[in-house]
Design a protein around this ligand. Structure first.
Ligand code: ATP
Ligand code: MG
Length: 316
């Protein structure tokens, strides 16, 4: 995944420095570019000035700053989409979840956020011809709700080898927000080593909401959250992978018009996420889905169903 650096890849960087980077697992330009200098120092033991230089050179090589709109279009051609399991949902999402972006699944408990994550963690492994990313999946589970048994059920219902599917899902349980931050910081290395194409964080906000209580700590919470989301967005762009986050809704009983259920995480969350998908319980196993605030997709409401095979189109 990505260009492996050798001595000479980065102008003016000594081969001993390159060796230190290799030893720390920072072997590609992308992984160096997305690792902040402070961390490069911590990982390699090199001086701060060298780390800053290495990071800047790598970033420049990966992303030379301004690009023309036609180049941008060229870059976006490498963007891939993965099926959600429902054709209707794919349609309102412009073809499925995309790489180089963060997709946020928002909804109350039982609305199907984790069910979409399960379905995606199976489908993302399918080759591109079959509507997948043809890569591995990395799940950061903050609530301990990611059950391999459900993955097996979906994989087998769809006729796939469940052992192989399970092998290619890397799951990390985040025990608190600090742990979650560390796991997210380590993503560049994991994504590079394991050819990860889908990163799931279920849920993004849970720990933050539980740990930072009251107005006084709100600013600190939002700052940490913003840092985390920034890292996720950089990873999605640098490795051309898709990031999917889940988020709950906060009931605002004082709202007398409009939707009383607001996503948590405030503006920080709203700005960082490229696509926001709103889920609501419908009759029986159906769920109502809406894409909100999309930069280019019209808002439309559709229905999906949760079945043994994961998310599928709802029958009319
Ligand atoms: N095998 C299955 N077949 C059909 N429906 C299922 C199956 N497994 C779970 N469900 C349904 O999925 C729903 C739970 O959805 P999910 O776990 O995705 O909620 P969530 O949005 O993640 O909620 P939370 O905020 O509590 O994490 C339940 O209503 C359950 O009936
Ligand atoms: Mg859930």
């Amino acid at each position: 995944m990505g260009e492996v650096i050798e001595s000479g890849t980065l102008d003016g960087i000594a081969s001993t420095t390159v060796k230190k980077l290799h030893k720390a697992g920072l072997v590609t330009l992308e992984s160096i570019a997305v690792t902040p200098p402070r961390e490069i120092v911590a990982l390699t033991g090199m001086g701060a000035e060298t780390a800053i230089k290495v990071n800047r050179l790598a970033r420049f090589k990966v992303d030379p700053g301004f690009v023309s709109a036609s180049e941008l279009l060229e870059i976006r051609k490498h963007m891939m989409r993965c099926s959600t399991g429902s054709k209707e949902l794919n349609r309102i999402m412009g073809g499925g979840i995309e790489t180089g972006a963060i997709t946020e699944l928002i909804g109350e408990f039982g609305s199907g956020k984790t069910q979409i994550c399960y379905t995606l963690s199976v489908l993302a492994q399918r080759p591109a011809e079959e509507g997948g990313f043809g890569g591995r999946v990395c799940v950061i589970d903050t609530e301990g709700t990611f059950l391999p048994e459900r993955v097996v059920q979906i994989a087998e219902s769809l006729g796939y080898d469940s052992n192989e599917i399970l092998q290619n899902i890397l799951v990390a349980r985040a025990y608190n927000s600090e742990h979650q931050i560390v796991l997210i910081k380590n993503l560049p290395q994991i994504c590079q080593e394991h050819d990860v194409k889908l990163v799931i964080v279920d849920s993004m906000i849970g720990h933050f909401r539980g740990e930072y209580i009251g107005r006084a700590s709100l600013a600190e919470r939002q700052q940490k959250l913003a840092g985390c989301l920034g890292n996720l967005l950089r990873v999605s762009e640098a490795f051309n992978l898709s990031v999917v986050l889940t988020n709950q809704v906060q009931s605002k009983p004082d709202v007398s018009y409009g939707d009383p259920n607001k996503p948590t995480g405030g503006h920080v969350m709203a700005h960082a996420c490229t696509h926001r998908v709103f889920l609501r319980k419908g009759r029986a196993n159906t769920r109502l889905v809406r894409v909100i605030d999309s930069p280019y997709l019209p808002e439309e409401k559709i229905r999906v169903a949760i079945t043994e095979a994961g998310i599928v189109d709802a029958e009319e």
